[in-house]
Design a binder for this molecule. Structure first.
Ligand code: ADP
Length: 330
C-alpha cells in the first residue's frame, strides 16, 4: 500500500500525460518541420528570386529553417511544461474525491481492526487467566460466560460491518411497499419493550393514524430499532421515552425523544459517522458497536428520507426520521 497515496497517483498521472504529450508534440513538430522544409526548397526551385528582386539562395532557406527549428525546439518543452503544470492542477482536483474516499477507507479499516481486536484481547485474557491455575467449576462457568459475551459482541460487530459493506457496495435490493409508519413504530416499541422494562423505562407513544410511507419494511424497521434501542441505552432508569409519528403535509415524521444525557451540539453531525461515540467507555458498557446510527442513517436515506438529531425538551435527545409522503422526495 505504501506509495499508493493520492500525491504519488497525481505525480504519476502528470508524468504519463507529459510524456505522451511530449511524444505527440515531437512527432507533430518533426512533421511540421519536414513539411516547411519541403515547401521552402520547392519555392527555391520554382521562384529563386524574392519579391524585392534579391536572389533567394539555399543559404537563405537554411537560415530560415534554422529559425523555425529553434522555435520548435525551444517551444516544445515550454508547451509541455505548461501543459504538465495545468495537468498537475487538474489531476489534483480530479483526485480530491478519490483521496477523500481513500482516507475514509483507511480510517474505517483502522477503526474496524481496533474494534475487532478489543473483544479478541479480552477473550484471550480471560482464557489465559483461567488456565493459569486450577479453578472451581463455578469459576470456569463464569469465565466461559464472559467469553461468550465477548463472542456476542464480536458477532454483532461483524454483522454490522457486513451490513455496511453490502450497503456501500449497493448490494441491498429494497423491496418497497406502502406501510403505516405508526404501526411500524408500535411494533418496534413492542419488541424492545423487554429491554425498556429491564431499565424500568416506559414508552409514551403518540402515533397519528394513517401516516403511510413507501419504504422497505425491514430496512426502515432496522433504523427505528437502532434509534429506540439507543434511547433505552442512553437514558436513565425509570425515565420515559416518547415516540411520535405525525405528518407535516409532505413529510412523515417519526421522532424518538428521550430524557438522557443528550447529544451536545458539536457532536450532532459526527454522531452518524462510523465508530463515532461520544463516550467510548459508556458505549462499550452498553455493548454498543458504534455502528448503529451509521446503519440507521443509511437505512433512512436508502428509503429516500433523512435522519437528524436535536435536543429534547427535557435535556435528552430527539432523533427524527423524515420520509417523503406519497413518493415525494425530502
Ligand atoms: P453505539 O453502539 O455506541 O450506541 P451508535 O452509532 O448507535 O453506536 O451511536 C453512536 C454514539 O451516539 C453513541 O456511542 C452515543 O455516544 C451517541 N448516542 C446515540 N444515541 C444517543 C442518545 N439517544 N442519547 C445520547 N447519545 C446518543
Amino acid at each position: 500500500m505504501r506509495g499508493w497515496s493520492s500525491a504519488s497517483i497525481r505525480a504519476r498521472l502528470t508524468a504519463w500525460y507529459a510524456t505522451v504529450l511530449f511524444l505527440m508534440m515531437a512527432i507533430y513538430a518533426s512533421v511540421t518541420f519536414l513539411a516547411v522544409r519541403h515547401e521552402f526548397y520547392e519555392q527555391l526551385e520554382d521562384h529563386p528570386r524574392a519579391a524585392g528582386g534579391e536572389l533567394y539562395t539555399e543559404a537563405h532557406v537554411q537560415e530560415q529553417l534554422r529559425e523555425v527549428l529553434i522555435v520548435l525546439v525551444l517551444g516544445l518543452p515550454l508547451v509541455v511544461a505548461l501543459a504538465a503544470a495545468g495537468g498537475y492542477m487538474l489531476a489534483g482536483r480530479a483526485l480530491a474525491p478519490v483521496e477523500t474516499s481513500f482516507n475514509q477507507l483507511r480510517r474505517f479499516t483502522a477503526d474496524a481492526s481496533h474494534e475487532l481486536r478489543t473483544p479478541l484481547s479480552v477473550i484471550r485474557g480471560i482464557g489465559e487467566v483461567g488456565l493459569r491455575e486450577t479453578r472451581t467449576p463455578a469459576e470456569y462457568k463464569e469465565a466461559i460466560g464472559s467469553m461468550l459475551e465477548e463472542v456476542d459482541r464480536l458477532t454483532s460487530l461483524v454483522d454490522a460491518l457486513l451490513r455496511l459493506s453490502h450497503a456501500d457496495a449497493g448490494n441491498v435490493v429494497l423491496s418497497t411497499e406502502r406501510l403505516d409508519l405508526g404501526q411500524l413504530a408500535r411494533d418496534v416499541a413492542a419488541s424492545l419493550g423487554v429491554l425498556a422494562d429491564e431499565r424500568s423505562q416506559r414508552f409514551a407513544l403518540d402515533l397519528a393514524a394513517g401516516v403511510s410511507v413507501s419504504a422497505d419494511r425491514l430496512v426502515l424497521r432496522e433504523a427505528v430499532t437502532n434509534i429506540i434501542d439507543n434511547a433505552i441505552k442512553h437514558s436513565p432508569r425509570g425515565s420515559s421515552i416518547q415516540v411520535d409519528v405525525r405528518t407535516d403535509g409532505s413529510h412523515a415524521l417519526l421522532t424518538v425523544t428521550d430524557e438522557g444525557h443528550g447529544v451536545p451540539v458539536e457532536y450532532r453531525d459526527r454522531i452518524f459517522d462510523r465508530f463515532f461515540r461520544i463516550d467510548e467507555g459508556r458505549s462499550r458498557d452498553h455493548g454498543g458497536t458504534g455502528l448503529g446510527l451509521a446503519i440507521a442513517k443509511w437505512a433512512v436515506e436508502a428509503n429516500g428520507g433523512r435522519l437528524s438529531v436535536d435536543g429534547g425538551p427535557r435535556g435528552g435527545s430527539a432523533f427524527r426520521i423524515a420520509l417523503p409522503v406519497k413518493g415525494d422526495q425530502v
